[in-house]
Design a protein around this ligand. Structure first.
Ligand code: ADP
Ligand code: MG
Length: 436
């Protein structure tokens, strides 16, 4: 039994959905299909989900609603026409439009992209459409209600036989529609795989697997044949958003491999994401590189910091006082840095700094705004010497200043902070250093 999730690019047009249908029909083990909303067809095109967010913004701001709404209608009309199916698109869209006048929730509105797409694909395939609201449930605190979801989903899907399910959303604790975060269809696919005990979770997208680095930055990067869940989580958390990082837990615990596949090139074996490292087939010391912008690094220096009892505790309670979470906190003998995602900082930086001055009394306090973090990840790193030297040398040779370094205790990743302007250059030089 296989669960197959198709992303936005795989369902961006009727033509793409026909490829999807061919892939599904060529393998009868693919019983449960999860789909995203139609994505971009080309460069300046829009993702349906983005248009739906804009429609909702119209309720509060004055976005030209008719224009946006028409773009959505046109996209779906084209898809339905290209597929040549009979589908009551007007009826469906009117139902949504009617609700717009009332106090509609943003989650409900944006979930309609997946909802319509799944209904259309189900029709085209002759499969049953199963609404995610009937099989995915959240608890009061917003996390997945695993128990209820397992029981209900198993029952509904066993009865349904082959089914198409919209990703991205489910039912909240109060009976309302609730979505996961963006890219959340990957999570839906993982949950269906776990509950239905799939042999493999296939995640179909527009690249032939997970690459050593973002193909938008590196020309033709090497493909990763197999990678462990842990490595993948590090990479996807750090920006390699091929797969939502929360999609990993459900399948990892159930020991179900994920296979990243390319809808435009289905023969390609893609990338296998697995539990054990013995099965990895790479000899390279590193498995991949990823990175994200928008961090701030606060560096503290204090002579004899290491022998001052409670120093780090004081620092951490200051952060806690401002309700700020941090990503990393690398330290040396007399130095400690805190790396904060700018999103968690929202306007609190100045006050935070003066409180740190007051409480910790550092000899020096340095702040680097606009920092990008790079993660170099690989389980082979633990068995290879000179990996960090190679990273630092390649950055040095390209005149890139390192603002922060952190090595995870697992010896599986090295995190480097650089100025945002050096972000792409840094990824290029590290990639080149390991691929000579
Ligand atoms: P989908 O619409 O199928 O969910 P996504 O856009 O979410 O697809 O993810 C696929 C994209 O991820 C690729 O088109 C690629 O641009 C980007 N990407 C970023 N980092 C990597 C990487 N290391 N390997 C492959 N793709 C990557
Ligand atoms: Mg995605």
């Amino acid at each position: 039994l296989k669960v197959a999730k198709f992303g936005g690019s795989s369902s961006a047009s009727g033509e793409q959905l026909k490829k999807v249908a061919d892939i599904i029909k060529s393998d009868l083990d693919k019983k449960y299909i999860v789909v995203s909303a139609p994505g971009k067809r080309f460069g300046e095109d829009n993702k349906i989900t983005d248009l739906l967010y804009l429609c909702h913004a119209h309720i509060t701001y004055s976005v030209p609603f008719d224009q946006v709404y028409k773009m959505i209608v046109d996209r779906y009309s084209e898809i339905v026409k290209d597929l040549g199916i009979e589908f009551d698109l007007d009826g469906e869209l009117n139902e949504i439009k009617e609700k717009l006048g009332k106090n509609i929730s943003v989650d409900y509105l944006v979930s309609r992209g997946e909802y319509l797409n799944a209904k259309i694909l189900a029709k085209y395939l002759g499969y049953k459409f199963v609404d995610a609201k009937d099989i995915v449930f959240f608890k009061m605190d917003g996390t997945l209600d695993e128990e209820k979801t397992s029981v209900v989903m198993r029952k509904v899907l066993n009865q349904a036989g082959n089914a198409v399910i919209p990703g991205f959303y489910g039912t909240g604790a109060l009976g309302d529609i609730k979505t996961f975060s963006r890219g959340g269809s990957d999570i839906t696919g993982a949950i269906v795989s776990m509950v239905m005990d799939a042999d493999v979770y296939e995640n179909w997208t527009d690249v032939s697997g997970f690459m050593m680095a973002d193909p938008r930055i590196i020309d033709n990067p090497k493909r990763i044949r197999s990678i462990t869940y842990r490595e993948l989580r590090e990479l996807s958390y750090m920006g390699a958003k091929v797969l939502h990082d929360e999609a990993i837990y459900p399948v990892r615990n159930a020991n179900i491999p994920i296979n990243i596949k390319n809808t435009n090139n289905p023969e390609d074996p893609g990338t296998m994401i697995i539990n054990e490292r013995e099965k990895l087939d790479t000899d390279l010391p590193i498995t991949g590189i990823a990175g994200r912008k928008d961090f701030t690094v606060i560096g503290l220096q204090k002579f004899y910091m290491n022998s001052e009892v409670g120093f780090v505790r004081k620092l951490l309670s200051t952060l806690e006082m401002f309700d700020i979470t941090f990503e990393h906190i690398p330290s040396g003998i007399d130095t400690v840095s805190i790396v904060i995602d700018n999103e968690n900082l929202n306007g609190k930086l100045e006050k935070l700094l003066s409180e740190i001055e007051r409480v910790c009394k550092p000899d020096a306090l340095n702040v680097y705004k606009n920092i990008a973090l790079l993660a170099v990840v690989g389980q082979n790193m633990a068995f290879t010497t000179g990996v960090s030297a190679k990273i630092f040398n390649s950055l040095g040779e390209n005149d890139i200043n390192i603002r922060m370094i952190d090595q995870g205790s697992s010896e599986m990743n090295i995190i480097v902070g650089v100025a945002e302007k050096d972000f792409e250059k840094a990824i290029k030089s590290i990639y080149a250093a390991f691929n000579k």
